[in-house]
Design a protein around this ligand. Sequence first.
Ligand SMILES: [Ca+2]
Ligand SMILES: [Ca+2]
Ligand SMILES: [Ca+2]
Ligand SMILES: [Ca+2]
Length: 239
Amino acid sequence: MTALATSALYAKDIEVSKAVSAVVIDGVANESAWAQAEWLPMTELMVGDMPAPEDFSGRYKLLWNNGQLFLMAEIIDDVLWDNHPDPIDKYWDDDCLEIFIDADASGGNHLTSYNAFAYHIALDGNVLDIGPNKGDKQNYVILNDHAYSRWTRSDKAPFAITWEISIKIFPDTFTEDNPGEPLTLSADQVIGFMLAYCDNDGSEEREHFVGSHAVEAVNGSKNLGYIDASVFGKIVLKP
Ligand SMILES: [Ca+2]
Ligand SMILES: [Ca+2]
Ligand SMILES: [Ca+2]
Ligand SMILES: [Ca+2]
């Protein structure tokens, strides 16, 4: 099986078209708006070995309107795995899409702040990130108001999952107690962005973590996006 076709390697900043018509988040990408957008690759390995295409491959498209960013991902994964029913329990070791958003493209550490977000979109739709420390335990936070998702799976090989997600862009002033309003988006806005998929097919820990942007290893690790927004790429909203 060959890898999914995508557009040629993109320049560092991804240009995102404004949706010409409504996008309905139902996991069926039949809107005319999606035809405007180019496929972008998910080929950058961050954890584990590079999976065979039938084990994992993925590509995605982006659109925006004034209220949100739209993401559509086509994921091939041979085993869908959700072994932790508690949404805050080791969500990164279940299959999930991880959407990295830095509203002002500032970069920098965001592990225990909302300087940027690492939204883990679980198969059941829960949205997880690490929030500010509250005591000595990692503070896992459900942020389901930030991203709404639906997916469907084809009933014929290659059994691709089509995922549609709308993402509200919250600024770094967001807190759980005072969430405020998401940004109204406009042309020429620049947002920090990266996308990845945590693939587990039945192991104790995730087997592969493959994303959209090449990350330079620090101390042997490329799994830095959940800590440092400086490894994200940037998207530019086009009129
Ligand atoms: Ca749709
Ligand atoms: Ca797999
Ligand atoms: Ca920021
Ligand atoms: Ca899997």
